[in-house]
Structure formats: C-alpha cells, structure tokens
Design a protein. Sequence first.
Length: 471
Amino acid sequence: MSDLTFLSAVVMAQQIREKKISPVELIDAHLAKIGRLNPKLNAFMHLDADRARRDARTAEDEVVRGNPLGRLHGVPISIKSSLDVAGMPCEAGTRLRAGQIASQDAPLVERLRHAGAIVLGVTNTPELLMAWETDNLLCGRTNSPWDLERTPGGSSGGEAAAIAAGMSAGGVGSDGGGSIRVPAHFSGICGLKPTPGRIPATGHFPASGGPFALLGVVGPMARSLADLKALFEVLQGPDDGDTCAAPVPLRWPGKHEIRKLRIGYFEDDGRTPVTPETRVAVRTAADALRSAGFQVEHFRPEGLEEARVLWKKFFVVAGGMLIRPMFHGREHDLSPILKQFLDWSAAEPSLTADTMLEAWIGRDTLRARFLAQMRQYPMLLCPAAAIPAFRHGERSWTIDGKTVTYLDAWSYTEWFNLLGNPGAVVPVSHSVEGLPIGVQIVGRPWEEEQVLSVATVLEEQCNAWRIPPLS
C-alpha cells in the first residue's frame, strides 16, 4: 500500500522494527494528511505536531541503537478530548472547560506511551459527550470522511473520523450509550466497548462514578481487528482510580474453543425497526460465521425494552439532573445539541432517592436474568444502530412506515451499557449510498477476548473495510 497512513498499526510497528519505515517518516505522513483533511473534517481539535516530531526522532534513535521496542513503537495515535493527555486540552467539547489543559496523562495514555505509541493530538466531541453526533460551540462540527454532509457519529466522532480517514492509526474513545460503537459503525472502522473496569476510565471527564460507572467505559478504536486487539492488550488491566476495576488476566481462546460458542442473532428488537440494508448486514454476518464453523441460531433475548427504559433513567434523566445546574448563569454557553438533550431529560419525571434506588435494583435484577439467557448463547449478534450515518441535524427517520426517533435509533447499543456487556462493532457491508454498515458482537462481562476473537473471524469472512472517499 503506497499510502503509509492506511497501513494497520500492527504492520506499522512491525515495519519500524524491521527498519522498512522510520517513525519520523510515519509521523510526517500523518501530519501531512491531517494538514490536508482536517480543515474539511474537523476531527482533531488540538494537534501537537512539534511534540509528535520530537517523539518520532526519539523513537527512531531507539531503533538505530537497537533498544528494546514496545508493542506500538512509533505508531501515531489519537485520543478523545475527554481524556487527560498531558499538556493538551481536555475540554470535552464545552465552553465550561475552555482552556482546561491536562497536567498529566490518564493511566491508559501512560500505557500507550509505554508501548511506544506517539500521541498526535486529541479529537473533537459533542458538548459533554451527550450526543450521537459531534458538534459544539467550542470547536465546531466534525464531518464524516464518507460524506461531509453527514456525521461520523458521537460522542467519539472526532476519533472515528480521524482513524477512518487515515489521520490516525488508532486511538481511544469512550462509550456510555454507544459512543464508541455508533461512530465505528457510521465510519466503517472497528470499536470495542469493554466491561466497566477492564480498561481504566481514570482521567476521563465526566468521571465515571455512581450510576454512571455502570454505563460509561473507555475503549479502543481502529481500522482492523488486529489493531483493536493490540490496543486492547496494551490498555487493559486494573487501576485504583476506576471504581469498577478488577484483576482480570488476559486469556485468548484457541480456534477450536471459540467455535464451540453458540451465537444468537437478531435483526431487530421488535420495537425499533432497522433499515433493510441493516437487516441484510446482520444476516450476512450470521451466514459468514455459520460458514466459518459456528453454531448460529436466531435468538432475541428477553428484557431488551426493560433495559432501554432503565438506561434512559440513568443516562438521560440522571445525566440531565447533573448537567443542568452546571449552566446556571451560563445558559449562553449551552450548545444547541446539549440544550436539546436537556429538554428531553426535563420532559421525563425527575429521579428521587427512592426511584433511583428502584432503578438501580431493577438494573441488577434484569442483568442477572439477561446473563442467565446468555448461558445458552454466550455471544449475541445484532445491529449497531437502526440506520447508517445520518445527515447533520436530522432527528427522526421513517423505516418500514414507522417513525424512528433520535434516542430510539441507538437503543441497540444502549442496552449493553446498562447491562455491562462487552461489545465490538465490525464493518460488514455498505448501504446503496455507499455508507458503511457495521454489526455488533456482544459477549458476557469480562470476556472481551472471546468477543474480539469472534469479531476477527467475522472481519476475515466479510472483508468489508474500505478507504473512504475523502482520504
């Protein structure tokens, strides 16, 4: 491949070790692409080219001296701007944090640097991450490299656009209701939402605490499963700052072991219809895994609607209750997208101590019932969203004669935030308009390795990754 920026991160690191390419050459190629594309995409909200070049020269010296090299030595990456990267803005898309510079790296950024990765900069988000598209008053709108009139998703939309367009080899997003998986689906890349605590969310803003620790996670995003797995291995592991942390060892299953897993698939949830092309993508994925030797059967778990309602209580209602007071006296700094979110939140009954406790217990009861169903089907296959990437500002869509509203379109990811399941998105096909369609693979808590192993087989079978038109 003549364009170095579309090599996989794993191949980049390998070619650096073999002295086929240099870290300086690789960084310069990425910075040149960012200079050409970022004015159109607005994926990076801050770029530290000087430090990236210095780090690349240091990385090159280490190669020349024959020093031990990390897993991602010299690989250019990006980080969502809701995570602390020392010396870079951590503004989470809001004027309330304008000029906020991180004083130290989040633990996961430390781990990436220790593995030799070079941080190019931080990427754009919607205000306080509360949207499935990326736009704010601080940095403006991020556009999709597949169609500038469409969104790359949110809230990790800047991250997805940067990776899809070859401006970054991979990176880190966060996900409280689909914010890694929806942008991955929209942008034609891969993303992993891990079990809470498997990858430390320490150093993320807003912090994952209280009921939000049940929902919000950080996770890797990349163009291939090989890169996603490499990033996961570097990032995973407990940290004292993450309230959900647990000392779960890495354990990759063998090929024969993974094919013993029964996979249940469903094309829709019976409530929110999906586009015909999305149905086809799920069927294509099911057939691909079946032909690869898996036992794949139609199965729709019970409790999905209950999970959607409970997720809404935590994310939309409780989220609005926390955010609204932050803007007292600063209403003029509120972005239109976040204002709309707060209006949706205000339209719901406020939570009291009693109703919050009831919802929390209800969540735990539902989770136990859901995981009992997954004893029969340890892996689930389903849509990542009801639609492919939408045009900026759209808020409803007609599918099969039914109106699908903004919040409902992403219920396919929201369930698994509420329940704590790991889930990965893999590109499977494209719409008639040429937009990527990803499919979601979901496993049991703490079994990310199984999810990624099945996702790898699906990627190999479908081979659906493409370079977007704007690249």
